[in-house]
Ligand binder design. Structure first.
Ligand SMILES: Nc1ncnc2c1ncn2[C@@H]1O[C@H](COP(=O)(O)OP(=O)(O)O)[C@@H](O)[C@H]1O
Ligand SMILES: [Mg+2]
Length: 309
């Protein structure tokens, strides 16, 4: 298979691991910086160039699109999809999951557990909005934040109101959630590939912190998931339309609650904590889907030679 990894940085652990896993399996692989891909869009004539050369003949791409380049990165990925290149995570699915509000609406619509969430625009509605949510503590988070940035714990109603006013003043999009205290600063990162959980870890926030992100100093260890947790993670990835996903869950009194579904989950933390070859699992899945597509194309009536009558 001719594989590309769409990534801004070749030196990143995750990128490097995917390249190594692909090479070990005998695939041809290259890393493409999405910001160096440029596109020509014309009816039935999509074209892409990379650093001055035509890019064509790719079988599959693994997108690793950082949040700072979501718009351009997903445009490049969409172009590759239109050029018949397979991606486990389609551009639309990435956009869906990056928007936490939209993702929560879609997950809740399918009956998946999540922290109760409220959203409002007008300051005149703040009091009623907080009544809709229930008593503090609340968690207020930026709609498109990552790595724990812009996730704030407001311990009282007045703190909650102040943060909401401050975010509004900055014209930021944000959500307000019930705080799941019984999770005790820990969450579960479930790594889903092709509808299976291939690895899972429990992340624990450092002392004095409620966010368990490894970027915020959290620690991680392998964990075995309950059946309900495994099913929730698989369903959440499916609802988002992602075949490679890092699904974050909180353990609560009412069962697993989905916090977010990551479309470019990091490999370093999960491989380090579990000792599992997650990069290999991703490459194997992409190769399997590519082979299946090739078979389907070969068997399609369009490609079968019609016998003369
Ligand atoms: N409603 C909540 N209740 C308790 N802890 C939460 C809640 N929301 C987030 N957290 C903690 O904060 C961390 C970061 O929140 P998350 O929504 O995943 O944002 P990010 O995209 O920045 O990682 C989570 O991993 C979890 O530990
Ligand atoms: Mg998170």
């Amino acid at each position: 298979m001719k594989l590309a990894i769409l990534s801004r940085n070749t030196a990143l652990y995750s990128t490097q691991r995917l390249v190594d896993a692909a090479r070990e399996r005998g695939h041809s692989v290259r890393v493409l910086d999405p910001l160096r891909c440029y596109l020509r869009i014309a009816p039935n004539a999509f074209e892409m160039h990379y650093k001055g050369r035509v890019l064509s003949g790719l079988d599959a791409v693994i997108p690793r699109i950082g949040t700072s380049v979501t718009f351009y990165g997903t445009a490049v990925l969409r172009q590759l999809e239109m050029m018949d290149c397979f991606t486990p995570n389609p551009s639309d699915a990435i956009l869906r999951s990056r928007d936490k509000l939209r993702a929560h609406q879609m997950l809740a619509a399918q009956g998946l557990g999540l922290p109760t969430t409220v959203v409002g625009d007008n300051p005149d509605d703040t009091d009623d909005l907080m009544t809709m949510l229930g008593k503090a503590p609340h968690v207020i988070k930026l709609n498109e934040g990552t790595q724990g940035n812009g996730v704030i714990l407001a311990e009282s109603a007045s703190a909650s109101r102040s943060v909401i006013e401050a975010f509004r003043g900055l014209y930021a999009n944000f959500l307000v959630q019930e705080f799941i205290g019984e999770a005790k600063g820990a969450d579960l990162r479930c790594f889903v590939v092709g509808g299976k959980v291939v690895a899972a870890m429990r992340r624990k926030a450092k002392k004095g912190e409620f966010r368990s992100n490894l970027h915020r100093g959290g620690t991680a260890a392998a964990v075995s998931l309950t059946k309900a947790e495994t099913e929730t993670a698989i369903r959440a990835a499916k609802v988002m339309g992602l075949n490679v996903a890092g699904v974050d869950l909180l353990r609560s009194r009412r069962g697993p609650l989905v916090l977010e579904v990551n479309s470019s989950p990091g490999l370093e933390g999960i491989e380090g904590a579990t000792g599992l070859d997650v990069a290999g699992a991703i490459v194997d899945y992409v190769a399997y889907r590519h082979a299946r597509r090739k078979r389907a194309q070969a068997n399609s009536p369009v490609n079968k030679r019609v016998k003369p009558a």
